[in-house]
Design a protein around this ligand. Structure first.
Ligand SMILES: [Ca+2]
Length: 138
């Protein structure tokens, strides 16, 4: 696991947060702490120090990062981020969490009642296409 990888993933995270790559100091600190937290989680599951975690460990690591997903989503994530040996490297791990973070934030913005469901009409869907695509595109 290299610091360079963490920086690259962090830059991806910044550009995905507001679409313009701008953050204030408080947001920067928050996001940097998240990446450090994710790095710590990854290290915990990379017992053998190979720089990768298994797809099974990935599920637990995602849970530890605070994301609760159903089995179907875990399977999709594994297919998307694991290599041919079903292992996930740190870059892929952070890329996955960056997308989950963005999706959860987008969903929460719509879920104003906080009940875990959203309802959109056609105009809302067409008006928020980029956000909807982000929600649908793991
Ligand atoms: Ca490992």
């Amino acid at each position: 696991m290299h610091f360079k990888s963490a920086c690259k993933s962090f830059l991806i995270l910044i550009t995905q947060m507001d679409g313009k790559g701008r953050l204030n100091l408080q947001e920067f600190r928050h996001l940097w702490n998240k990446v450090k937290q994710w790095q710590g989680i990854f290290k915990c599951y990379d017992f053998d120090h190979t720089g990768t975690i298994s797809s099974y460990e990935m599920r637990n690591a995602i849970n530890d990062a605070g994301f609760r997903l159903n089995n179907q989503l875990y399977d999709i994530i594994t297919m998307r981020y694991a290599n041919e040996n079903m292992n996930i490297d740190f870059d892929s791990f952070v890329s996955c969490l960056v997308r989950l973070e963005g999706m959860f934030r987008a969903f929460q913005a719509f879920d104003q009642g906080g009940d875990g469901t959203i309802r959109l009409d056609v105009l809302e869907v067409s008006g928020h296409q980029s956000i909807i695509l982000r929600l649908c595109n793991v």
